[in-house]
Design a protein around this ligand. Structure first.
Ligand code: ADP
Length: 429
């Protein structure tokens, strides 16, 4: 501060020097007038700088800080530094905020920032979709007014956010969300929502699968258990009846064996996503072998035909593809009444390699077609069981084909027959 005073005092001293010299020469009055004029000029200089400052304050910007002279020079320089620092800080802050918002928007989870009263302060686009909110319209709205779900309202009110809440979105019923509130800052809360629809679906599939397997195994076991009990209670063994019971038990044991075999095949296919050992499969040979197997299965009940429209080989795992094709062939035989026609074909169609099995069997109603490859899905449960079906054949075939980038196409007319085709990409030929 002491630095401040010496300059104005020196200036006033210098201004007074001239009138003091003038005084003895021109007299007191002209010397005073000159001193007055000099003081006035000095005042005008300050007023001009003050005016520049006042004008600048209307629109403060680092680029237009006025240039001052004299006493004002350090003042304006300090002002310039301070404004520069401030705008640098502001720029850093807004870059950080922008980055934070961009990161928030890129998050795969929904994020909603709530204030102490549960009003929306900000949310990312994923949260907008999951909760059906629009930030522009709903900023400041109470979250529990927008999501009118009692579970959700209770969760918000409970103040115990250790466990996430699983709930079905009110806007989109097909969406299952896992929601967690994280308190932060000054009573604010971060609402994180994760779409777990797919996880839930997989979990439901797993539960259904376990239930289905248990059910499929329990039926033959009950039958075997029942017969064994009857045999144990028999006082006199009736040979014909006992043999009959043993045959029935053998059928049930075979059924369980088939089921376990198919389950193992499925689990083997699921244990890896890629085909293990790829080789060039001699398709004409494989087709002839499939025909021979079909003849054994059909036992002369159907007219079987092989149509080899292509001699091309196929790149893939023979064991997996034989099982996939075998399932399609065995289905054609099992779902085609005696006397029906079954054609096995290997051809090239629009660059693709196509294996198909055409039958003149019972056919399938259109509403079932998209579900046939689900595990244990059967159109006619009793017919599938009677013919030794496990309900897993098409699931296995679909799995094996997908691993070979092939698609399964099903065309069917109820009462007329079906065609199951496996279409392989050209690069596998
Ligand atoms: P399953 O062991 O019951 O045959 P799959 O998975 O092989 O199980 O087939 C699923 C269902 O698809 C069968 O139960 C049957 O209803 C239907 N299906 C499969 N192939 C044929 C076909 N060629 N003709 C008619 N229906 C079929």
């Amino acid at each position: 501060m002491s630095n401040f005073w010496w300059r104005p005092l020196l200036t006033v001293g210098l201004l007074a020097l001239f009138p003091l010299i003038l005084w003895p020469i021109a007299g007191a009055v002209p010397a005073r007038i000159v001193f007055g004029i000099l003081l006035l000029l000095y005042l005008l200089h300050h007023l001009r700088n003050l005016k520049a400052l006042a004008e600048w304050l209307q629109k403060p910007d680092a680029g237009s800080v006025p240039h001052g002279s004299g006493l004002w020079e350090p003042v304006f320089a300090a002002l310039y530094q301070s404004v520069r620092r401030q705008s640098d800080n502001q720029r850093n802050l807004s870059t950080a905020l922008e980055r934070f918002l961009l990161a928030g928007e890129a998050m795969p989870d929904g994020i909603v920032m709530l204030n102490g009263s549960g009003q929306i302060e900000w949310c990312n686009p994923v949260a907008e979709v999951q909760f059906g909110i629009k930030l522009e319209r709903d900023r400041g709205q109470w979250m529990n007014y927008l999501i009118r779900n009692t579970q959700f309202i209770d969760y918000l009110a409970a103040h115990n956010y250790r466990e996430p809440l699983i709930f079905k979105s009110t806007r989109n019923r097909a969406l299952t969300l896992s929601i967690q509130l994280i308190p932060f800052g000054d009573e604010q809360k971060l609402l994180i929502s994760r779409d777990i629809t797919q996880l839930e679906r997989v979990e439901t599939m797993r539960r259904d699968f376990v239930a289905n397997v248990s059910h499929e195994l329990s039926t033959p076991l009950t039958v075997i258990g029942g017969f064994l009990e009857t045999l144990a209670d028999m006082e006199h063994f009736d040979e014909t009846q006992t043999r009959h019971h043993l045959n029935l038990m053998h059928d049930q044991a075979t059924r369980m064996q088939n089921l376990v075999k198919d389950l193992l095949a499925l689990s083997k296919l699921e244990s890896t996503h890629t085909v293990h050992r790829e080789e060039k499969i001699d398709m004409p040979r494989l087709m002839r072998e499939l025909l021979a197997d079909a003849q054994v299965l059909s036992a002369g009940r159907h007219h079987l035909q092989l149509n080899l429209a292509s001699e091309r080989g196929l790149l893939g795992n023979e064991e997996e593809l034989r099982s996939a094709f075998g399932n399609l062939v065995s289905n054609a035989i099992r779902y085609t009444p005696e006397g029906g026609e079954i054609v096995l074909q290997w051809e090239e169609w629009e660059g693709e390699g196509v294996f198909s099995v055409q039958d003149s069997g019972i056919g399938i109603e259109p509403q079932h077609i998209s579900r046939l490859t689900e595990r244990f899905y059967r159109v006619d449960r009793s017919r599938s069981r009677e013919t030794g079906g496990t309900g897993l054949g098409l699931a296995i075939a679909k799995h094996a084909l997908t691993r070979h980038q092939a698609r399964l196409e099903i065309e069917s007319t109820p009462g007329k027959g079906s065609t199951f085709s496996a279409c392989f990409p050209a690069r596998r030929l």
